[in-house]
Design a protein around this ligand. Structure first.
Ligand code: HEM
Length: 442
């Protein structure tokens, strides 16, 4: 047993040594960059890139190859094209969003003002939009499988960004053999993957229709077309893509709306102003479309400010330098990992009048017209690069859901509750602390 003790002590010493070495490397790399408003304690061979210079970044980002290289590029291109074929950016998809938004309104209406934590209903409705696109159907509230998928997603996002996650990223070969929360996260990913495989089998058994109905149909059709020594369209890649779309398309928009309702409860005057604008422009049962944002500048500004202020994806996906290069004038060695710090641009004091305050005025001119802001980069940057693949869908969802909810209800704290926590919980995304509210029919 004393031999075991010595081995485990040596192991702990080695891990500590590696961490310190990585930390020193990171510190040295960071010293080459100008200080940013929100430095993060990231480990590894990382440079923490502040987005303050976002204009330059849009150009310089071309210097990097991404983790998944050529295969990623191909899958991404196929993903964008297929989502377009399925209606992204067109009326077809907007109709699905409208349908889910009206289910959600019905859900709140049935509660008749009783207190509720809106987290699950928001996740359910938003996730159903992407489920309909990918699987070809949507889930009912009570569906057991859906509850399992949600719980797996929540666990994954909770794990992401934790210290153990960072350790796992640095030393995956070692962590695989050790117990810890990463094991649970891996088993949650398996839950999502085995559901994806089940859906693929179901599609294969029923056969691909002449007119593909959903994302899996399109992908299976492509798999049949592409032959060669190394087919890039295979079942494993399809599972990854399904998981990316499910994870990326469910948690992000629903968390943003979860923040949005919290901000409305905290800022009742802003909520009232949105409702006045909606009442003046829209009829009570008129179908709300994404195009309506042009007639609703204040509502549009509030939706943008919700995204800016909640800052849910505070850092982008890491990039790695494929050769020695300079970024914004700073030398970077080949192999250096660069992480875009999205928070630094969304809270940049040089770009926003009151960066640390919820202020829809950030998106309005003196006459109350909506203005686009160059520093508004919650979906990251770079048209054909890592910029969010679902940006258009997310923008449509946020606007249509938010406008529908505020037209139908006034959101307020339950009776007797006077305080509410607006600090974020750090995970894969920045989440609000769980809260309850009442949706009072208007
Ligand atoms: C408010 C909602 C959303 C926000 C704030 C958001 C934000 C982001 C960000 C910051 C990235 C990383 C970009 C980078 O590192 O440069 C990303 C990537 C991605 N997002 Fe979104 N997203 C949202 C909604 C969605 C939706 C609805 C989908 C579903 C289609 C989606 C699918 C993806 C995918 C697949 C990627 C990876 C793209 C790639 O690596 O090529 N996202 N998102």
């Amino acid at each position: 047993s004393s031999v075991m003790l010595t081995i485990s002590q040596a192991f702990v010493a080695l891990v500590i040594f590696l961490l310190i070495a990585q930390f020193l490397k990171l510190r040295k790399a960071c010293q080459q960059l100008p200080p940013g408003p929100t430095p993060l304690p990231l480990l590894g061979n990382l440079v923490h890139l502040n987005f303050q210079f976002h204009r330059d970044l849009l150009m310089e980002v071309f210097l990097f190859r991404y983790f998944y290289g050529r295969s990623w590029k191909q899958q991404r291109r196929f993903g964008i094209m297929t989502l377009r074929n399925l209606g992204m950016g067109k009326k077809g998809l907007e109709y699905r969003v409208q349908e889910e938004a009206s289910h959600l309104v019905e859900f709140f209406a049935n509660l008749k003002g009783k207190p509720v934590d809106p987290s699950f209903p928001l996740f359910h409705s938003i996730s159903n939009v992407i489920c309909a696109l990918v699987f070809g159907y949507h889930f009912s509230d009570e569906d057991k499988t859906f509850h399992e998928l949600i719980s797996a997603t929540e666990n994954l996002f909770r794990f992401a960004g934790s210290f153990i996650h960072q350790l796992y990223e640095i030393l995956p070969w070692l962590m695989c053999h050790l117990p810890g929360p990463h094991k649970k996260a891996l088993s949650c990913y398996d839950v999502l993957s085995s559901f994806a495989r089940k859906e693929i089998r179901r599609h294969v058994e029923r056969g691909i229709p002449n007119e593909p109905q959903d994302f899996i149909d399109f992908y299976l059709a492509e798999m049949e077309k592409v032959n060669g020594p190394k087919p890039k369209y295979d079942e494993d890649n399809l599972v990854y893509v399904i998981n990316d779309l499910f994870l990326g398309g469910s948690e992000t928009s629903s968390t943003t709306l979860y923040w949005g309702l919290l901000y409305m409860v905290v800022h009742p005057k802003i909520q009232e102003k949105v409702q006045k604008e909606l009442d003046a422009v829209l009829g009570p049962s008129q179908l709300i479309s994404y195009e309506d944002r042009r007639k609703l500048p204040y509502t549009n500004a509030v939706v943008h400010e919700i995204q800016r202020f909640s800052n849910i994806v505070f850092v982008g996906i890491p990039r790695v330098c494929v050769r020695n290069t300079t970024l914004l004038g700073f030398p970077l060695k080949k192999g250096t990992i660069v992480i875009p710090n999205i928070a630094s641009v969304l809270y940049d004091p040089e770009q926003w009048e009151t960066p640390r305050q919820f202020n829809p005025g950030h998106f309005l001119d003196k006459e109350g017209n909506f203005i686009n802001r160059e520093a508004f980069l919650p979906f990251s940057a770079g048209k054909w690069h890592r910029v969010c693949l679902g940006e258009h869908l997310a923008r449509t969802e946020l606007f249509i859901f938010f406008a529908n909810l505020l037209r139908a209800f006034t959101f307020q704290l339950p009776e007797g509750v006077t305080t509410i926590n607006t600090e974020p919980i750090l995970g894969g995304t920045l989440q609000p602390h769980p809260y309850r509210l009442c949706a009072i029919p208007r």
